[in-house]
Ligand binder design. Structure first.
Ligand code: ATP
Length: 457
């Protein structure tokens, strides 16, 4: 398995991820997605949308605002309880999450099952120190919501929050969605967008950042007509199918973990995490929770607006929900780690990404960049592939070997070279990323090959 250092270095070298604002010295744990990374992120996002919204008759999409009415976060409970246990190194003033320090202190301990007072007691009993070996401050619960203010005139500004999750926009739009779409229970609403949390400890690259992208679904149902256990099971199966089937991740690198009673939010009846085996250990990738009717009821109470649903038999109810919520950036880090492969006996790196998500499906090059006829012929191949809707890159730098190595490092399944024989109408050379095998094919064969999304000939 790749180390984080190898992944971070590849990400920087090939334009997947840059530290943000580097010319100003950077900003801790904030990242920009470069040209290739933006393409990979977009492919993951598009596939999620296609699988969970476009392909399903029981799902619709939404794009709600980032700054919602501040009451939203009071109703949802985030103002009160989107908190993490915080403690500070009394010498360096670095802040840490107490649960993370306890976990590092005793790897066999199930910290997720501990309450905040139990963690505080544990820290006292074990005379817990900071990773630098210094005394720690008295732990306290710290709210992660990002505050901002609305209004142009200082003194008249009011507090608002950048959304801490995308889900609340779905709940606050529930009434409009039901009124303006032909949706019938059970149905779901999905959306993808940025969320913000003032995380205490970050690190581990894009795994945990203050600004991140979420893809969340609220699946509404009548608990008297649809059993929540079977619904939860079917969502778990769909989530795993997306990771292993659609994104092509190794099955051995994912596992399910059920939340303990203490760890689970008070309103949730059951919560599961799909964990991925990241280079820094098994960590939550995607959570799915049965949240009962907690959210809609809370918004109904705080807004004073009736948020009930009336079914075909005239039955009025507040629907219950199952929520599968994932961070797109975590999916991104997962596919990078999963695909990273070092060729045996060399330093060569090949990113064995599924062709469905590879930033580019095919790279096109002229054999020689200074022969006009070859450049022109290669351009035509490039244009015809782009025209057919494929994701195509162009590379006429250096020698062919270097171009292949660059394409391998960003996971491009096929490299096409337009050469002198191509000029004679003998097709182009195509090389497969994973086997290095080369073939001569005409444009139609090439099109079929790329469209098939197979990696090898
Ligand atoms: P964690 O325990 O890792 O902080 P969480 O349980 O607070 O995550 P949820 O509130 O359930 O996370 O959010 C749903 C999903 O959003 C997570 O499974 C994760 O993929 C993603 N996510 C949450 N916080 C972050 C973050 N700070 N950076 C990147 N992704 C995040």
């Amino acid at each position: 398995m790749a180390t984080m250092d190898e992944i971070v270095s590849l990400a920087k070298r090939r334009g997947f991820v840059y530290p943000t604002s580097e010319i100003y010295g950077g900003l801790a744990n904030a990242y920009d997605y470069g040209p290739v990374g933006a393409a990979l992120l977009r492919n993951i996002r598009n596939l999620w949308w296609r699988e969970f919204i476009d392909k399903r008759l029981d799902m619709v999409g939404l794009d709600s605002a980032i700054i919602l009415h501040p009451q939203t976060w009071v109703a949802s409970g985030h103002v009160e309880s989107l908190t993490d246990p915080l403690t500070e190194d009394l010498v360096t003033h670095k802040r840490y999450r107490l649960d993370h320090l306890i976990e590092a202190h005793d790897k066999n301990l199930d910290v997720s099952a501990m309450t905040f007072p139990q963690m505080v007691q544990y820290a006292k009993d074990n005379n817990l120190k900071s990773p630098e070996g210094n005394e720690l401050s008295e732990p306290k619960m710290f709210n992660l919501l990002f505050e901002t203010s609305l209004g142009a005139v200082s003194g008249e500004k009011s507090v608002a929050y950048l959304r801490g999750e995308t889900a609340q926009g779905i709940f606050s739009d529930f009434k409009n969605i039901v009124a303006t779409n032909r949706v019938k229970l059970p149905f779901g609403v999905g959306q993808i967008g940025k969320s913000f949390r003032n995380e205490i400890t970050l690190g581990q690259f894009v795994f945990r950042t203050m600004e991140f992208e979420q893809a969340e679904i609220e699946y509404f149902f009548d608990p008297e007509k649809t059993g929540w256990e079977s619904l939860l099971d079917s969502w778990k199966a769909d989530m795993e199918k997306f990771i292993v089937g659609t994104l092509g991740v190794k099955k051995d690198n994912v596992r399910w973990r059920r939340h303990t009673d203490t760890e689970r939010s008070h309103y949730s009846k059951d919560t599961w995490d799909l964990d991925y085996n990241f280079p820094f250990g098994w960590k939550e990738l995607w959570g799915v929770a049965y949240r009962t009717d907690y959210d809609l009821s809370a918004h109904q109470k705080h807004s004073g607006v009736d948020l009930s649903y009336v079914d075909g038999d005239g039955k009025k109810l507040i629907p219950h929900v199952i929520e599968p919520a994932v961070g797109v950036n975590r999916l991104f880090l997962m596919v990078l780690s999963d695909a990273f492969t070092k060729e045996e006996g060399s330093d060569r790196v090949v990113l064995r990404l599924s062709p469905a998500i590879a930033p580019y499906q095919v790279n096109v090059s002229p054999l020689l960049a200074n022969k006009e006829a070859l450049v022109e012929g290669a351009r035509k191949v490039f244009e015809s592939l782009v025209e057919k809707g494929f994701r195509v890159s162009w590379d006429d730098r250096g020698n062919i070997g270097k171009r292949y190595a660059a394409a391998d490092e960003i996971g491009t399944p096929y490299c096409v070279v337009y050469d002198f024989e191509s000029e004679e109408g003998k097709g182009v050379t195509v090389r497969s990323r994973d086997t290095g095998e080369q073939r001569r094919v005409n444009i139609d064969e090439l099109t079929q090959m790329v469209a098939s999304e197979k990696i090898n000939f």
